[in-house]
Design a protein around this ligand. Structure first.
Ligand code: CTP
Ligand code: MG
Length: 222
């Protein structure tokens, strides 16, 4: 399966609170985005396109070297992926979309997603179970319902798609008012079924400073 990887790295990382974009913040001396690119390549993707903030293109080029293609991202993650997708040429079978913010994703997760695509699934997401009691709350913070968690899953990246399914879904979603938080939601909105493979706790997203501290510990004592 000939696959291209897209890394969404054009966010600013407001919740992490560093001056530079989150994808350029270092984990064990390497920018988060470089970890994410390496995971995709080690997992079996042939080429990687990274969506970056327009103002920081030079810094990303310096961090990633000449073999990684860069594209200017947009105001939302969806817009950033859409921009990168335009560079996924028609000769690829599959596109894997990954967050720069998940630096310690093991390459095995990439391999599982690619295997499911090769077996015929048009869309694949890595997932983990929900382990905490999960509730809905009202605007005043009071609990309204407990949600049965057996069927719930937390969705990670990389998410994999047959190229044509992803391109068609992004074209259909263009201009719609819907807000999508991941790519599988865009594809599902176009009527394509999404299947799951096992995710990995190490693929956790770095959102707040505590997450980066945990990742540093993980690198130090894997
Ligand atoms: N992302 C992107 N383009 C955007 C917004 C986000 O490519 N306009 C990327 C981020 O770089 C990140 C991933 O999508 O790798 C997941 O987003 P998130 O964790 O929310 O990162 P940020 O948007 O950068 O962080 P924050 O929401 O705290 O500002
Ligand atoms: Mg964000």
């Amino acid at each position: 399966m000939h696959a291209v990887g897209i890394v969404a790295a054009a966010g600013s990382g407001l919740r992490l609170g560093h001056e530079r974009p989150k994808a350029l913040v270092e984990l064990a001396g390497r920018p988060l985005v470089a970890w994410a690119v390496q995971t995709l390549l080690e997992g079996g993707v042939q080429r990687v396109v990274v969506a970056v903030p327009a103002a920081d293109r030079a810094a990303f080029a310096a961090a990633l070297g000449p073999d990684v293609e860069l594209v200017e991202g947009g105001d939302t993650r969806t817009a950033s992926v859409r921009a990168a997708l335009a560079l996924a040429r028609e000769d690829v079978d599959a596109v894997l979309v990954h967050d720069a913010a998940r630096p310690l994703t093991p390459p095995d997760v990439v391999a599982r997603v690619l295997a499911a695509l090769a077996a015929g699934a048009p869309a694949v997401v890595p997932v983990l179970p929900v382990v905490d009691t999960t509730v809905s709350v009202a605007a005043d913070g009071s609990v309204t319902t407990e949600v049965a968690r057996a069927a719930l899953r937390r969705v990670q990246t990389p998410q994999g798609f047959h190229r044509q399914a992803l391109v068609a879904a992004y074209a259909a979603a263009h201009g719609s008012a819907a807000e999508f938080t991941d790519d599988a939601s865009v594809v599902r909105a176009s009527g394509v079924p999404v299947t799951t493979v096992d995710g990995d706790e190490r693929a956790a997203k770095i959102t707040v400073p505590h997450d980066l501290r945990l990742a540093e510990l993980q690198v130090a004592a894997p």
